[in-house]
Write a protein that binds this ligand. Structure first.
Ligand SMILES: C[S@@+](CC[C@H](N)C(=O)[O-])C[C@H]1O[C@@H](n2cnc3c(N)ncnc32)[C@H](O)[C@@H]1O
Length: 331
């Protein structure tokens, strides 16, 4: 159990893939409650840089840093900025990078952060303090945009109905609280969930607002673009033989990671649309896969920590080849 109740997901597998060694420099790009970072610090006499865009996570990390005598250094910011953040600390290359995407249990369970429909709070959802909150976006976006976001990032088939209900509700009064939004969504969707989300008696096992809340959180925090930029930044920052491990929690994220590592390891190089027109050969693979198949938590872990159930781990090792041009993965 990590600090404040966040249980690190697939910890043994992440540790196995990153294999920190004495003298190495590791980066935890999503420090959270520090569960991974602490395990790295205990596994080897290495130095860890912990990045988080949430100032509260960075403050917690500083307390942990005191226990490890300077081997843990905290940096506040986005992982897409990892090269600049580490350059500020005089570091231009690292031996391992962990990205454990999404929000921590500490954020999810804190009503005032506004991520959860289970705990009423202000409709905020910002991991860092910057940018518009979910309440502002929900208040200002037009109906087609809301429907598109809920459909694309939430994979919600009732997105149009939900967007319509939000627009109707906000004409009466702005939607300011998570519970208000959860009620609006629940009233907008048919009572029985789709087959895939029904329990043994045909009852829906997930809250009807789950997908809408996921979509808004991804939108508010620009998570998919962040991930694309973060993967490219990791490629540039890792030294030859450096390891990358990414834990994702929904199919949109996992698709990005799969595609990126597939291209960079030469497994689906044909999809690289930024290759120079005159030379159809893709660049040399910049990664080799550490594990060919996606990793999933075992049944014991899911039973002990239900939040781990959708986790997917992909891991790869940096080759000697230069980082590919800053071409993003194909959308
Ligand atoms: C799932 S938690 C990580 C938990 C951590 N592995 C542990 O064991 O305690 C994700 C954390 O990453 C942070 N985060 C998410 N996206 C980020 C980004 N693009 N840049 C920096 N931090 C990010 C969140 O604020 C959150 O604290």
């Amino acid at each position: 159990m990590g600090e404040g109740g966040h249980v690190p997901v697939m910890l043994a597998e992440v540790l196995g893939a990153l294999a920190p060694a004495d003298g190495e420099i590791m980066l935890d790009g999503t420090f959270g409650a520090g569960g991974y970072a602490q395990a790295f610090l205990e596994a080897a006499d290495c130095t860890i840089f912990g990045i988080d865009r949430d100032p509260q996570a960075v403050a917690r990390g500083k307390t942990l840093a005191e226990r490890f005598g300077g081997r843990l250094k905290m940096l506040e910011g986005r992982f897409s900025e990892m090269r600049t953040l580490l350059a500020g600390a005089g570091i231009s290359g690292v031996d391992g990078i962990a990205l454990d995407l999404g929000v921590s249990s500490l954020q999810l369970d804190s009503a005032v952060r506004g991520f959860s429909f289970r705990h009423d709070g202000p409709l905020d959802m910002r991991m860092g303090g910057d940018g518009p909150s979910a309440a502002e976006l929900v208040d200002q976006a037009d109906e087609p945009t809301l429907a598109d976001v809920i459909h694309r990032y939430g994979e919600e088939r009732h997105s149009r109905r939900i967007a319509g209900a939000i627009v109707t509700a906000r004409q009466r009064a702005p939607i300011r609280r998570t519970a208000e939004l959860a009620d609006i969504v629940a009233a907008a969707v048919p009572k029985r969930g789709p087959r895939s989300s029904r329990g043994p008696r045909g009852r829906s096992t997930i809250h009807p607002a789950t997908r809408t809340f996921q979509a808004l959180r991804i939108w508010v925090n620009d998570e998919i673009a962040e991930l694309r930029r973060g993967l490219a930044a990791a490629e540039a920052l890792l030294r030859p033989q450096g390891r990358l491990a990414v834990v994702s929690f929904h199919s949109l994220e996992d698709r990005e990671v799969k595609r990126f590592l597939g291209q960079r390891s030469g497994r689906n190089a044909g999809q690289h649309r930024h290759a120079p027109a005159s030379d159809s050969r893709p660049p040399e693979p910049s990664f080799e896969l550490i594990r060919r198949r996606v990793g999933r938590p075992d049944t014991d872990e899911v039973a002990a920590n239900p939040r781990s159930r959708s986790a997917r781990l992909r891991a790869a090792r940096r080759t000697m080849a230069p980082a590919w041009e800053q071409g993003e993965v194909s959308p």
